[in-house]
Design a protein around this ligand. Structure first.
Ligand code: C2O
Ligand code: CU
Ligand code: CU
Length: 548
């Protein structure tokens, strides 16, 4: 189904409730994406039915996997882990429980939902998976270097009531990865309903850094998994059964905690932050007394950077992860620091290509529009810790230098929307073209992938399965990106390490260094897609193959 067709479904629901003229009137009064484009948006007043009394804000202690009874963590070693995709009612919000679809690790002692999996580099992730849902699903290991059979993409769906084994020898660098459902056409729905979890890879180099900084996992080295959800008055997660477009929500959860706060010492903290939202792009900043508290970016999707970079904010697109150090030691006890998404120009220019659009916020009562400021997590700062302060080393890791790509062949990939409103990568749309292989690359060869986003577009987080890659350059970037370019080729701090998901803004040309070395044989097929999950489900995805 094309984007346009989906939009017609939304539209018919809108027109059933309002006449055309009435809709125009209503549309004119609501914040929409066109106005967010031209001016920095002012946060709109939330729908009164969804607005929280101020005493409810930041009233819930942040769930931490190491200590949480539901969303716990599991150290994985060679032993096979049994994971089930299932549904249950979970107390997420105060009041009624929330029906979730989730993964579950069941043991005699406890059932852990969407466990944070910890594994050491070099070990084998061995999962026996059973689908207890009423529809196909998968477990996709996002960011892992993996063969087709164990990738968990929609090429190998797991039918209801059936089982599948995943076996991945983890060769990735230490860092935060994640896993989620990936059935064709239903990824947005299944992830929004809860089928996603984190995967932490550890190695000796990263452990040495942690020790040097005096940080202990679960104490001052913590995961923050951020996702917005559209929640109704009965605490149910809302997602249209027929599919959606750019699904943003009215509640922001961190580690499945609404309105979260965290008690912290006035000391150095490390946060592994994942944006597991369907569609919402975040511009993350830590704010103290209304001003940004600079922090250090030390890692990206594929692990540690070579050195720490001082930043005031970072754009974090759906599926991306960052590793940051935040120093609370100059904050007085009793004061608070807020993790926020600051407002930004959303550049959702695709609306101009359509002749008629319903109110994009119509499905999301109470949600902040894309690009509007959003409060995420409150840190309540306590006393300082005894002992000396940690010094951040100049060199964090042995990061390979950016390869010289001047002799590599270039493959152009153009992101665009057609006149009917369907998303395409070159001339490929997955809904139309299915599993047909768009192109093949020879194993062991290298290519530059040059991704161009059209102006009449929006920011697309482009993700490649099976490989980690490097960003070579960024050009024709919008002002918000230009202001953050710190390295050769117009690269931003986030472009300086290994990554698996790269944000490409409207009009931008982003060049990637792709190295197709891998230890597998035969033909291995992978997905290349936009990680705005609604775009993926609308077919902004293609299949490529790596061959002998
Ligand atoms: Cu995170 Cu193709 O997925
Ligand atoms: Cu992936
Ligand atoms: Cu997209």
């Amino acid at each position: 189904m094309t984007n346009r067709a989906r939009r017609h479904i939304v539209l018919s629901a809108v027109t059933a409730a309002a006449t055309l003229a009435g809709w125009r009137l209503w549309h004119g009064r609501k914040p929409d994406r066109t106005t967010a484009n031209s001016t920095p948006s002012t946060p709109a007043a939330a729908d009164t039915s969804q607005a929280l009394a101020s005493r409810e804000r930041f009233s819930q202690p942040l769930r931490l996997p190491l200590h949480d009874v539901h969303f716990g963590e599991l150290a994985v070693s060679s032993q096979t882990l049994e994971l089930v995709a299932t549904r249950s009612q979970v107390a997420v919000f105060p009041g009624a429980p929330t029906p979730l679809w989730h993964y579950a690790a069941r043991s005699a002692a406890a059932t852990v939902l969407n466990p944070l999996l910890r594994i050491r580099r070099g070990e084998t992730l061995s999962v026996h998976f059973r689908n207890e849902l009423a529809e196909e699903t998968t477990i996709h290991w996002h960011g892992l270097i993996v063969d087709e059979a164990n990738d968990g993409s929609g090429l190998h769906p797991v039918a209801p009531g059936t089982e599948r084994d995943y076996q991945v020898q983890v060769t990735n660098r230490a860092g935060l990865y994640w896993y989620h459902a990936h059935p064709h056409g239903r990824t947005g729905l299944q992830v929004q309903r809860g089928l996603a979890g984190l995967l932490l890879v550890e190695d000796a180099e990263e452990a040495a850094l942690r020790k040097h900084l005096g940080l202990v996992w679960g104490e001052r080295d913590l995961p923050l998994c951020i996702a917005d959800k559209q929640v109704d008055a009965g605490n149910a997660l809302v997602y249209p059964e027929q599919g959606a477009d750019d699904w943003i929500g009215n509640r922001v959860l961190v580690n499945w905690t609404p309105e979260p706060y965290l008690d912290v010492a006035a000391a150095l903290y490390r946060f592994r932050i994942a944006n597991t939202a369907n569609a919402r792009l975040l511009r993350l900043a830590f704010q103290h007394a209304g001003r940004s508290l600079p922090f250090r970016l030390i890692g990206t999707d594929g692990g540690l950077l070579g050195g720490a970079l001082r930043v005031e904010d970072v754009f974090l697109a759906p599926a991306q992860r960052i590793d940051v150090l935040v120093d609370f030691s100059a904050i007085k006890p009793g004061e608070r620091v807020l993790l926020r998404s600051l407002d930004y120009v959303a550049m959702e220019n695709e609306d101009e290509s359509g002749d008629f659009m319903p109110d994009p916020m119509g499905d999301h009562p109470g949600a902040m529009p894309m690009g509007a400021a959003l409060d995420i997590l409150e840190f309540r700062v306590g006393a300082a810790l005894p002992g000396r302060e940690a010094v951040i080393p100049d060199q964090l890791s042995t990061l390979a230098p950016l390869p010289d790509t001047s002799a590599w062949p270039t493959r152009s990939l153009r992101l665009r929307m057609d006149a009917a409103g369907g998303w395409f990568i070159n001339d490929w749309n997955f809904l139309r073209d299915g599993h047909a292989v768009a192109f093949a690359v020879k194993r062991g060869t290298c290519e530059v992938w040059e991704i161009r986003n059209s102006m009449t577009s929006m920011p697309h987080p482009v993700h490649v399965h099976g490989f980690q890659f490097r960003v070579v350059s960024r050009s024709v970037s919008p002002m918000d990106v230009r202001a953050r370019q710190v390295a050769s080729g117009g690269r931003t701090p986030q472009d300086l390490g290994w990554t698996d998901t790269v944000l490409v803004w409207p009009g931008e040309v982003v060049r990637l260094a792709m190295d197709f070395s891998q230890p597998y044989r035969g033909t291995q097929r992978y997905m290349l897609h936009c990680h705005n999950l609604e775009h993926e489900d609308m077919g902004m995805m293609l299949t490529f193959a790596v061959t002998d």
